[in-house]
Design a binder for this molecule. Structure first.
Ligand SMILES: Nc1nc2c(c(=O)[nH]1)N[C@H]1C(S)=C(S)[C@@H](COP(=O)(O)OP(=O)(O)OC[C@H]3O[C@@H](n4cnc5c(N)ncnc54)[C@H](O)[C@@H]3O)O[C@H]1N2
Ligand code: MOO
Ligand code: MG
Length: 395
């Protein structure tokens, strides 16, 4: 059986390229930028008045002049005007172009205006004050956003300001999420005593929505010919198939044999981990197949631990590993990596992971009580309070 580290490496090495698409910029939050965004002009594009007040020629102030006749007004959105007489001033508004021949702006708070004369009431005025110089932030042609950035509200503002009404982003994979099992009924149904409602497909849908990946869902019963026929058509249509269930040792766990019969090349089946051990992963020329074990926490943790990194690698994004400090001693004897559910909190600026006691990988409700999994390595059995390990967050 391979280790979590080996399995992850195999999964990452088989990342797929889904190509690039151009979409309206306002729909691009959360997507991965696939072009460089450059400044189309200087930032700011003109000497920008930064305070409401008066603009003067600094030389006049330096020569001792304190009262200035108001010659005109420069509003934001008006073409640049020019100071006619260097001993006068122009009223200026924040966001306006600095009038020609002016080189300092004094706030209204520091000026007294009467009968069209503005008198400066402070002693300290400096050359260039309250002026946001043209090109001070960025020069035309500077790279403002690097390729492969995850677009957030911050990038949306920059895209708007450089006039990028459409933007190139990584195409999302076409994903089909399939639940299997005769015991599963729809969310709207009232289950009989021996049935349960399906939930794994919906956790998967929403784990993918977090990545802005749309998906479709299907449910298949434990009937081998039906499984084979349906999965054959899914393989022809989708980039990614995510399964939950039917990969263990049961009499009706048909998935591994069906996938093999359909020509999906197995990379591995079973990883030395708990929960999620019977995870099956394989590929065809065009599709990747993640067949997660059906126990709800197994499906959940494997999507986070394998599908997420595979997806980020596929679209060219480097993920930073996150660590946390274990809040108490933990003992785990099996020679398996242990994905332990934890609550996260901060203490003196450090991220603390406090274990949650659940009842194994079928304890779906315990997911609600935790925020993340802490990944305790297989080669260790005793984990001490204060030791630091990798975490995988879902909140
Ligand atoms: N003899 C062995 N039995 C089992 C082993 C083993 O190594 N030897 N492994 C156990 C482990 S670990 C897991 S995990 C499960 C994996 O089982 P399958 O992937 O075959 O999944 P199923 O048998 O279809 O279902 C298992 C369990 O999960 C529930 N389930 C399935 N799908 C959903 C869904 N969409 N929503 C909610 N719940 C779902 C299902 O009802 C079962 O209770 O196998 C162990 N057995
Ligand atoms: O791998 Mo199973 O997920 O331990 O229950
Ligand atoms: Mg089974």
């Amino acid at each position: 059986m391979i280790s979590v580290e080996e399995a992850l490496q195999i999964v990452i090495d088989s990342a797929q390229d889904f190509g690039v698409e151009e979409i309206p910029f306002i729909q691009s939050a959360g997507r991965i930028l696939k072009e460089q965004i450059k400044a189309d002009r200087d930032f700011p594009p003109f000497n920008r008045v930064a305070m409401d007040g008066i603009a003067i020629a600094y030389s006049s102030f330096k020569n001792g002049q304190r009262s200035f006749k108001i010659e005109g007004i420069q509003a934001a959105g008006s073409e640049q005007i020019s100071l006619q007489n260097l001993e006068n001033c122009i009223e200026v508004m924040t966001g306006a172009v600095l009038p020609n021949k002016c080189d300092a702006v004094i706030r209204y708070e520091d000026v007294f205006i009467e009968n069209g004369i503005a008198t400066i009431s402070i002693d300290a005025v400096t050359d260039g004050q309250n002026i946001h110089q043209k090109g001070k932030d960025e020069k035309a042609g500077d790279v403002l956003i690097k390729q492969n950035t995850i677009i957030s509200a911050a990038e949306i503002g920059v895209l708007a300001t450089v006039g990028k009404s459409t933007v190139k982003v990584a195409k999302q994979p076409k994903v089909m999420i399939v639940s299997t099992g005769d015991e599963l009924v729809a969310v709207d149904d009232v289950p009989l005593a021996h049935q349960i409602r399906r939930s794994n497909v919906f956790t998967l849908v929403s784990l993918l929505e977090k990545l802005h990946i749309p998906s479709e869902t299907a449910h298949l019963t434990d009937d081998k010919p039906i499984l084979k026929e349906k999965i054959k058509s899914f393989l022809a249509t989708y980039d990614v198939l995510l399964f939950s269930g039917a990969v263990s040792k049961g009499k009706f766990d048909f998935l591994p044999e069906v996938l093999a019969e359909l020509g999906v090349v197995k990379s591995f089946h079973k990883v030395a981990q708990r929960p999620g051990k019977p995870f099956w992963f394989g590929q065809t020329k065009n599709s990747s197949v993640f067949a997660f074990p059906g126990n709800p926490i197994s499906t959940f943790v494997n999507c986070l631990a394998y599908f997420y990194p595979w997806y980020f690698k596929s679209i060219g994004v480097e993920l930073q590993e996150e660590n946390a400090i274990l809040s108490e001693d933990v003992s785990f004897k099996p020679n398996l990596a242990y994905f332990l559910q934890v609550q996260l909190s901060y203490r003196y600026g450090h991220l603390i992971a406090s274990p949650i006691t659940g009842n194994g990988s079928g304890d779906l409700a315990s997911l609600v009580k935790a925020d993340a999994f802490i990944q305790l390595p297989a080669n260790q059995n005793e984990f001490k309070k204060g030791e630091v390990f990798k975490i995988i967050r879902y909140r």
